[in-house]
Design a protein around this ligand. Structure first.
Ligand code: LR7
Ligand code: MN
Length: 572
């Protein structure tokens, strides 16, 4: 499934009075359950250093203020869906709604009745500079629904000051729908600022964006998904951040356009983009303490460990200095992690700018086909990102359900030489630095448990009474249980031997499944089995009755000689 829209972003009745500050009215109850509790120690302030002379950091607020009126066009207040109101479809039209749902995996029938120059809601009185850089707005699409694509384009044309909008580039990622070919060319020919680039084969959104960027003439690149509605005054606050510091990468607040009634739903304040293992994107509120300590108001930029991916502005030259995207990423997924780690670790910053708001239709499924298996494509993309950017923390990625990606025969993640070179050339900081300085509230223990001890009654492991060398090492030294499910001390891993009943130590190797052990890690006082994953009929590590031998035997829940524990458990 694609990104969960309503888990963290809440739906609400939209207030049609656009002068009311929307977010204060949101019911928080359904959000709390999914949010991580605020952590006290937060140092989000540290970040990219801008000592580089090429990045003069400008001071805000000393220039003439632009009139936002230029971005407003007359609207028909009575039109369906105007001001983000929920639009209802009469019950006798339900069949029609169902019939057309799959075209976009949202209410396409209703979408098609809503004007293309809809004004969603809300405003933000921004102070902006009069000499902001111009931007190329890039929409990549594959088989996008006609009405949502047009509404995306019109929202940009209508709500962007003309001198700041260099052009709109539509990158058609080899769509098959007929109306997106000649009819789209013809429709867009009315708008001199709109250009269409047609890819000759399906490239996926990452390489489609690269094609758009390569053709762009503006100083700033602004990427958007092709089913959005830019709100009033959306662009200036983004460009202002880039203008103040070209290494800032600003994102708008992404609001929710309902897939059912096309209403524009406002999201909670102070949301930042985060990830959880294994590199799953999500939203989480800034901790209260952090907001208070920094005297933050709801319109202050919010520093984000990662961006959602689809909607952001970036200085074009800076985008290329960073090496753009890894072009080896296919179709969909992972590129938001890649660019986020790259930006932070190589001297930039990612921010959400609350004065800039863009609605996005979140969908339960991708409405287009993946050339290869969807899950495999996304996993492969993520593995590329993990290998290049996560250093020793990549074990946490693989350890959260992705062990199978380590099997080189089953998963070819492709060549990474260029990406690794790039990271060296840019002298990017470590992932450890990123975690400590950008995402300090992230839980990232390097091992799952520390210090193996056995719990059987006849011999205690400490002090160690065993005779054989291997066993002596095992019992007298510090063995950890790692994310690779290794029982490991430095480079040595506990391994079954012979026909799978003997036992010894081997050099650790992540790609060898025979070195993995299942151990239910918990903080409870209960000792647990260490079950080898080597043989299909799982066997447990068992000590001899005198505690002087070790071997593998069929697991017996009540057998104390098979119970093992670690002194500290760091993670489940
Ligand atoms: O092969 C493709 N070629 C394309 O041109 C696949 C997609 N696309 C286009 C597509 O038509 C759309 O305009 O690329 C755009 C993004 O695809 P979506 O809308 O299917 O993606 P999404 O909204 O489900 O997913 C989010 O994560 C993606 C990960 O690769 C991208 O970064 C999307 O841009 C991103 N969308 C957002 O950030 C909007 C907010 C979502 C959240 C949270
Ligand atoms: Mn999207």
């Amino acid at each position: 499934t694609s990104k969960p829209p309503n888990k963290d972003v809440k739906e609400k009745e939209v207030n049609i009075n656009k002068n009311k500050k929307p977010a204060e009215k949101i019911d928080k109850s359904d959000l709390n359950a999914t949010k991580e509790p605020p952590k006290p120690v937060i140092k989000l302030q540290a970040g990219g250093d801008s000592k580089d002379n090429s990045t003069a950091v400008r001071k805000p607020g000393v220039h003439k203020v632009l009139s936002l009126d230029a971005t407003l066009t007359p609207r028909d207040a009575n039109a369906v869906g105007q001001f983000g109101q929920a639009a209802l479809v009469a019950s006798n039209e339900d069949a029609e709604v169902r019939k057309r749902w799959d075209e976009g995996h949202f209410n396409v029938y209703l979408s098609d009745q809503i004007p293309v120059d809809l004004d969603p809601a809300g405003d933000c009185k921004n102070l902006v500079h009069d000499d902001l850089p111009s931007t190329s707005v890039i929409f990549c699409f594959v088989d996008e629904v006609w009405s949502t694509l047009l509404r995306s384009v019109h929202s940009v044309l209508n709500r962007s000051p003309p001198h700041l909008l260099k052009e709109i580039i539509l990158v058609d990622d080899f769509s098959t729908k007929e109306n997106l070919k000649a009819p789209l060319d013809e429709y867009m020919s009315q708008f001199p600022k709109v250009r269409i680039i047609r890819l000759k084969e399906r490239q996926g959104l990452i390489r489609a964006r690269l094609a758009g960027a390569a053709a762009a003439k503006g100083e700033v690149l602004t990427f958007l998904d092709s089913h959005v509605e830019c709100n009033v005054g959306w662009l200036e606050p983004l460009l202002e951040r880039v203008y103040l510091d070209r290494k800032k990468v600003p994102c708008p607040v992404i609001e929710v356009i309902s897939d059912k009634d096309m209403s524009y739903m406002l999201v909670d304040n102070f949301q930042r983009g985060i990830f959880k293992w294994p590199l799953v994107f999500g939203w989480s509120a800034l901790p209260e303490e952090y907001i208070k300590k920094n005297n933050m108001t709801i319109s202050d930029p919010i520093r984000c460990p990662v961006m959602a991916g689809g909607l952001f502005s970036i200085d074009k030259k800076y985008f290329y200095e960073l090496g753009s995207y890894d072009p080896g990423l296919d179709v969909w997924g992972g590129e938001n992690m890649e660019i986020s780690f790259k930006i932070w670790m190589c001297g930039g910053e990612i921010e959400i700018i609350p004065c800039s708001r863009v609605g996005h239709i979140f969908r339960g499924q991708n409405p287009y086909k993946f050339p290869k298996d969807r899950q495999k494509t996304v996993e492969r993309n993520l593995a590329r990102v993990a290998e290049v950017w996560l250093d020793e923390y990549k074990d946490l990625f693989y350890g959260h359900g992705y062990h199978h990606l380590l099997d080189k025969k089953a998963t070819d993640i492709g060549n990474l030489t260029e990406q690794i070179e790039l990271r060296k050339r840019l002298k990017c900081k470590s992932f450890k630095w990123y975690l400590e300085n950008v995402y300090p509230d992230m839980d990232a223990p390097l091992v799952k448990a520390e210090g193996l001890v056995c719990e059987f009654p006849t011999a205690t492991c400490i002090p160690c009474m065993f005779l054989s060398l291997a066993i002596t090492v095992l019992c007298s030294q510090h063995f950890n249980y790692t994310w690779m499910r290794h029982v490991r001390q430095q480079d040595l891993c506990v391994a079954p031997q012979g026909k799978g009943t003997g036992f010894g130590l081997q050099s650790c190797d992540n790609t060898k499944p025979e070195l993995r052990w299942f151990h239910k890690s918990s903080n409870s006082a209960l000792a647990e089995h260490l079950i080898t994953e080597f043989v299909s009929h799982h066997l447990c590590l068992e000590a001899g009755p005198q505690g002087d031998t070790l071997h593998l035997n069929p697991c017996v829940p009540s057998n104390a000689l098979q119970k093992w524990q670690f002194t500290h458990y760091r993670a489940q």
